[in-house]
Ligand binder design. Structure first.
Ligand SMILES: Nc1ncnc2c1ncn2[C@@H]1O[C@H](COP(=O)(O)OP(=O)(O)O)[C@@H](O)[C@H]1O
Ligand SMILES: [Mg+2]
Length: 348
């Protein structure tokens, strides 16, 4: 049995020994054996899914199923039937009865990733499952009881969304029983060398390469870079560097210029991209294939373009919203709301 007070990493493939991560491991161990709902917060790529798995594996539900649902990837109606299931004929494409993910998680754990993107209507249904452990399939009146532990993750501050009026306060409190915040990688730069070594070994093996060391300059630049995509971004750049490497040492030149401090850092929030780049991103990140037929793709593109336009105009106006609203030809309240929606509040 894992010692509840231990602050060692909670999974064999979890790397990182700095104090903030030790706190995360300790909390994870304390939360795991209970039935309490865990709310994981942190930027994308920080390791929320790993922690969710650890909570499950260290609990007495470990032999039961672990079911992950990405709430951000599906439209409202698809997500509803994914979570709760549907009966044959409930809607035009419902040709068969279908079991939902909550039923599939019976006896185990359900991990609701990107819970911040759940619509207001579905939030009501979720609240009921959390409180009463029961729900109905779409198109059915029969009530189903489930026994599953809920873990949720968000990369946005849910309290901000509560204030904006897009997230129910009661659901927030019901989810936020045990909050675990995973800090961004730039706040745990001491862990970067161990993570680099770990991924170098893993991808060298996978690609039949003989790389065993990383040169000092390469390691330095990785410790200095801000990693907006966190561990996932680090992992991807190392994989790519290994694939392109020819010698036995991982060198700085194998990393892209912005990681080496030779070009501005590009994040998804303030992109400075042109439209062609934006569209290319949509295709390469698989967003086009993943979008479903009911207008999600169109909405995404419109949002991306709108966000970018507002970002550019705000920069031009040095963050003065009245000026920006006049330039955009929209009223100031509308602009204010959009700035909130797109998290552009700190653009100057
Ligand atoms: N501390 C860590 N040690 C090793 N790998 C990690 C660590 N944190 C994250 N990863 C890896 O980084 C990627 C992103 O992690 P994930 O848990 O999916 O992040 P999130 O859910 O916060 O977006 C995964 O491939 C995961 O295995
Ligand atoms: Mg994730």
């Amino acid at each position: 049995m894992d010692n509840v007070l231990s602050d060692a990493p909670v999974l064999p493939d979890m790397i990182g020994y700095c104090d903030v991560m030790r706190d995360v491991y300790r909390l994870t161990r304390q939360a795991a054996p209970t039935q309490a709902t865990v709310l994981l917060t942190g930027e994308t790529g920080t390791g929320k899914e790993l922690i969710a798995r650890a909570v499950h594996e260290l609990s007495n539900r470990a032999t039961g199923p672990f079911i992950r649902v990405n709430c951000g990837a599906l439209s409202e109606s698809l997500l509803e039937s994914e979570l709760f299931g549907h009966t044959k004929g409930a809607f035009t494409s419902a040709h068969e009865n279908r079991t939902g993910r909550f039923e599939a998680a019976h006896g185990g754990t359900i991990f609701l990733d990107e819970i911040n993107s759940v619509s207001y209507k579905l939030q009501v249904k979720l609240l009921r499952v959390l409180q009463e452990h029961e729900f109905e399939r779409v198109g059915d009146t029969r009530t189903i009881q489930v026994d599953c532990r809920v873990i949720a993750a968000t990369n946005r501050d849910l309290l901000d969304l509560v204030e904006e009026g897009t997230f129910r306060e009661d659901l927030y409190y019901r989810l936020n029983v045990i909050p675990i915040d995973i800090p961004p990688l730039r706040e745990r730069a001491d862990d970067i060398p161990a993570l680099v070594d770990y991924f170098v070994e893993r991808y060298s093996k996978l690609n039949n390469k003989k790389i065993s060391t990383t040169d000092r300059q390469a390691m330095n630049c990785m410790q200095k870079y801000s990693w907006p995509g966190n561990v996932r971004e680090l992992q991807n750049y190392i994989e790519r560097a290994i694939v392109f490497s020819q010698g036995e040492v991982l060198e700085e030149k194998l990393f892209p210029p912005h990681v080496r401090g030779l070009a501005p850092v590009r994040t998804t929030r303030s992109s400075g991209k042109n439209l062609e780049d934006l569209c290319r991103d949509l295709v390469t990140k698989g967003m086009v294939e993943n979008a479903n037929a009911d207008g999600v793709l169109h909405q995404r593109i419109v949002s991306l373009v709108e966000k970018e336009l507002i970002f550019q105009v705000l920069q031009m106006s040095q963050g003065t919203q009245t000026k920006a609203a006049t330039k955009l030809g929209i009223n100031r309240n509308t602009l204010h709301k959009k700035i909130d929606d797109y998290q552009l509040g700190d653009v100057q």
